[in-house]
Design a protein around this ligand. Sequence first.
Ligand SMILES: [Zn+2]
Length: 312
Amino acid sequence: MTIRTIRRYTLTTLMLAMASTLSAQDLIARQAPIDVKLKAVDSITLNKIRKQELLINPSTDLYTSWNNKAVFCYSDDEVPETYKIDLRGFAMPTTSRKINSHVGYRPQFRRMHKGLDIKVYTGDTIYAAFSGKVRIRAFQPTGFGNVIVLRHGNGLETIYGHLSKHLVSEGEIVRAGQPIGLGGNTGRSFGSHLHFETRLVGALIDPEELFDFPNQDIKCDYYIFRKHGKNTKGEKNLNTSSQALAVATASSQTEEDNKNQDDKLIGKFYKVNAGENVSSIARKLDISVERLCNANNISRSTRLRPSQILRY
Ligand SMILES: [Zn+2]
């Protein structure tokens, strides 16, 4: 072997080695985004599973039992001292803006009125206020009449009384804004209306603290329930999660999912027009369908109502 040959040999080996190193780096470089993509897909799938679990077994941190017979069934459960209720992802139970009767003592009946009466006509559609599961579908002739009780992932239970018709079955999973019944005048009712209650482990919360029917909106993003002392409304559009609130957090996963988006997109609302759907609105707002869905706890196929308020 001449020196020249040795040199040539070494050079070839060197070049080969360099080439193989380059191609390996190239491979790693190509692979990295795939890994990132896979991780993103993983977390999306995981979040979907978590959200699904929340719907199948809503608020198991608060409720130990699932009772299909009694509207009030909380003897085994304790009302928490404080609880942070996530109101995002709401839908208005009715498009009616007229309140007939508030929560409070009624001297003529010598009893407390524990719900909010909203004027609806017989046959008007009543919608699920949040996503959740149907706990009660019953007829109580001397009380609520045809009644639906839903349990939600944010800790709340909502009660819809005096319906003329049920549209959902016991145990059914419902999405916020899904029709669950028709307005009516059944049970202890004088004139068609919706009797609407919002409760946390049976403890009454005035629905007007949460929902603004005249303006068809919620009063706050988060509502801090306090067993003793004054309840506080999470200031609207303020990311209260950044405050040091020593409270149990409802559906913290969903909150975490949406937090980053909310940080960027605080206080933007969109009122749905007739004929619009999730995709067309996302296009119009120039945001992804996924972002719109996450911010409102809805899915791509959720049917939207005209005048429904979406957050983005
Ligand atoms: Zn009532």
